[in-house]
Design a protein around this ligand. Structure first.
Ligand code: GLY
Length: 269
């Protein structure tokens, strides 16, 4: 990413001078988008798009959005930057034209997808589509979904999405990813997780990379646990989630301590 025109020109010179080998032989120039990112989840049955919910991921490994990119170190839903007006614009300007265009081209899309958006001063801009639920975004979505997931997936699969709606809790859900020390670089596998907290209403510890080995819970991956809680505000969901995190006994685990920081700053303002 280049912050100035000079940086962009220097990066292009690097590419064509061989700094990236054969991978630098072709260059795609994209507009610089300045704003807040949000993920916008939808279902399609090929003709109708049903907006599900919004979430915000935290891709960098370190607090303050520093360090290398990861698969996601935490998320919350809904994303406050996705106001009702932004949702309506996203549906009209991005989602509905995509679904209509794919049907018109003879490639109707059926299934779940999410738009990675940048909310700029001009409104929503599309960065990418993924045809799946996000991880860990799915976990916070499922904490808020009041409808039966099977009913809406079945409607998407059978072309009847225009006959269903999805009901969502107004609560915020927030998840903190506990990862193996070293992730996203090399990390030890098989380290013991000695205890997990008891969970109550609106609290859940999702297992992403664990196994039971001779009766002992062990970590088997980079991103290992998703410690999740709901609340009336992002601040409340965050406080509940970190209280659970602090009750996990896993010496080789680490997490970011600031999941939700942008939304909490917005709540304070
Ligand atoms: N958390 C980002 C993704 O699932 O693509």
């Amino acid at each position: 990413m280049a912050m100035t025109l000079d940086e962009a020109l220097a990066a292009i010179d690097d590419c064509f001078d061989g700094a990236f080998g054969a991978a630098g032989a072709e260059v795609v120039v994209e507009a610089f988008l300045d704003g807040e990112e949000a993920s916008f989840f939808c279902l399609s049955d090929g003709k109708t798009a049903l907006a599900l919910a919004t979430a915000q991921d935290h891709k960098r490994v370190g607090d303050g959005d520093t360090g290398p990119n990861t698969g996601g170190m935490g998320a919350y839903s809904p994303a406050p930057v996705m106001t009702p007006e932004m949702v309506e614009r996203t549906m009209k300007e991005i989602i509905e034209p995509t679904i209509a265009g794919m049907a018109k081209d003879g490639n109707p899309f059926t299934g779940v997808f999410f738009a990675g958006l940048m909310i700029t001063a001009k409104g929503p801009e599309l960065i990418e589509y993924n045809v799946r639920f996000g991880d860990p975004e799915c976990q916070v979505l499922m904490m808020r979904l009041k409808s039966d997931l099977l009913d809406i997936l079945y409607a998407a699969a059978t072309g009847t999405l225009d006959q269903v709606s999805a009901e969502w809790s107004d609560d915020v859900a927030l998840t903190v990813v506990l990862a193996s020390k070293g992730y996203p670089a090399a990390y030890d596998k098989g380290t013991p997780i000695d205890s997990l907290p008891a969970t109550g209403d609106g609290e859940k510890v999702f297992h992403a990379g664990t196994a039971l080995k001779d009766g002992q819970l062990v970590a088997t991956g980079g991103r290992v646990l998703n410690v999740t809680a709901t609340g009336a505000t992002v601040a409340e969901a965050q406080a509940r989630a970190y209280a659970l995190v602090d009750a996990v006994d896993w010496k080789n685990g680490f997490c970011r301590r600031d999941i939700g920081w942008q939304a909490i700053a917005r709540e304070k303002a």
